[in-house]
Unconditional design. Structure first.
Length: 482
């Protein structure tokens, strides 16, 4: 295989969402798998649709996902510039080259004339396509009209007598497009701006892109682009069209259809590795059918041969499950660092030295970093009639009151206030007074958090701290207020 060079070429019209970032993920994974280069190119020639700040947002989204690019608008490279708006001279030189070889020509047809052709097509009187009116102009007439300043577009001269256009696609195999379905399409507008199907080919040739990996929605553009590659005497890249990503409702994802943006997933507390993992599974499967995969594992396993042809559906439940799996694999230090920004310190003012123990007690319940705030109520329940009633029931049982006071007294003597030693200390007290299992753990846990069910008891004690844990048990036993 020749040197692999892939590209992701977004338009700066908004933040990335699960539908369009999927192309970036596959291009990045494929390039890294083959030790190639991943190029970021910005298609910003449609000035009316560009959104201020969008480029910065795209760079931030890609960076957060870990999709580092080797060449791009912010870091340059051997094929700069990487913004289409800065490549006008390159496009114009290529247009002139096609005009010189006769692979393109100036067209002076007015909008009214073109609309008439379109109207006849809508009425079924003839094929709805450009009839090649200006293609038949004499060279002298065309030159004179251009010299006079008459507005003109530049059209690509589709080879005459073209029966079929054959495309080899890494996902869909050999695809044939009828040649007579493609008219002489515009490659440069009358205002000098080039069109997408022309610019993208010029860029891919100039940037030596070996593989064009993109959504299947671009498949209809491929025959036109293939013809431009051929006319410029360049080898076609290897095309791979990824299946469409549909939302849970079966509709195609788009910015306008409410697709979740990468930025929104980040703000909701999803870890970047989980989002990368999930997006990689939209249309692709691991050879061993594994689903929980880190970036290195994805890079090692990715291949276009495992990309399916069927539409992929976003499954929020699976995303949440994957998120939980990735969170569970984080070290306590990593997880503590990641969840801290999602906790309102005014609601739960936990001391910094005790915060890791709080996270450790609750980590098994987290699907996202943002879940921590909700589950903090397990340890710090506040006023709750049901909890008050559960604790009052303990107070009415003399043996339970005695047990709580004994456990509290023994815990005051524990020097190593960590989950393991604390759990062992409670069990030791229970063995000494002849109470084990649920008879021991349920009342102690209820005294601490108001429920007999919850996190590991040792982890609860570590999270609350010695003073608070002892205070709660004694208060429930009737020697103070909770």
């Amino acid at each position: 295989m020749t040197a692999v060079r892939t590209r992701f070429a977004p338009s700066p019209t908004g933040r990335l969402h699960l539908g369009n970032v999927r192309a970036a993920v596959f291009n990045w994974l494929f390039a890294r798998h083959h030790g190639g280069r991943f190029v970021l190119r910005i298609e910003d020639t449609d000035v009316e649709r560009n959104v201020p700040g969008s480029l910065e947002g795209i760079l931030e989204d890609l960076g957060w996902l870990g999709l580092d690019w080797d060449e791009g608008p912010d870091r340059g490279g051997p094929h700069a510039p990487y913004r289409q708006s800065e490549r006008a001279a390159i496009y114009e030189a290529t247009v002139q080259r096609l005009l010189t070889t006769g692979a393109a020509y100036a067209c002076f047809c007015s909008d009214a004339e073109l609309e008439e052709v379109a109207e006849r097509g809508r009425e079924g009187r003839e094929v709805r396509r450009y009839p090649g009116t200006c293609r038949r102009l004499a060279a002298e007439e065309r030159a004179a009209r251009l010299a006079s300043g008459e507005p003109a577009v530049i059209r690509f001269a589709v080879p005459e007598g073209l029966d079929e256009i054959e495309i080899e696609d890494e996902v869909f195999g050999s695809i044939s497009f009828p040649g007579n379905d493609i008219d002489d399409f515009v490659i440069r507008r009358s205002d000098g701006r080039v069109t997408y199907n022309f610019a993208v080919v010029v860029d891919d040739i100039d940037m030596e892109i070996s593989h064009v990996i993109r959504g299947v929605g671009h498949l209809s553009n491929t025959p036109k682009q293939a013809l431009v590659f051929d006319a410029l005497g360049a080898d076609r890249p290897r095309f791979a069209h990824l299946p469409t990503v549909l939302g849970p409702d079966g509709r195609k994802l788009s910015k306008r259809a409410g697709a979740l943006s990468v930025a929104e997933l980040r703000s909701r507390g999803y870890p970047a590795p989980a989002v990368l993992n999930y997006v990689s599974l939209l249309g692709w499967s691991h050879p061993d059918e594994r689903e929980v995969l880190g970036a290195a594992e994805l890079v090692a396993a990715v291949g276009l041969d495992r990309v399916g042809r069927s539409d992929a559906h976003v499954d929020p439940d699976k995303l949440e499950w994957l998120s939980a799996q990735h969170l569970s694999a984080e070290s306590l230090t990593e997880l503590t660092h990641h969840v801290r920004p999602f906790l309102d310190p005014e609601h739960f003012p936990v001391e910094a030295e005790r915060f890791p123990a709080v996270v450790d007690a609750l980590r098994s319940r987290l699907s996202t970093y943002a879940d921590l705030e909700h589950h903090m109520r397990l340890l710090f329940p506040g006023d709750d009639p049901e909890i008050d009633a559960a604790r009052a029931a303990l107070r009415e049982n003399p043996s339970v009151k005695a047990l709580l006071l004994t456990v509290a007294a023994d815990l005051e003597d524990v020097g190593d206030w960590e989950a393991g030693p604390l759990g062992a200390a409670v069990r030791s007290t229970g063995a000494r007074v002849g109470v084990r299992g649920a008879g021991l753990f349920h009342p102690v846990r209820t005294a601490l958090i108001g429920s007999s069910e919850g996190p590991d008891l040792g982890k609860i004690l570590a999270a609350l701290g010695k003073a608070e844990a002892v205070r709660r048990m004694r208060a429930v036993a009737g020697s103070g207020s909770v």
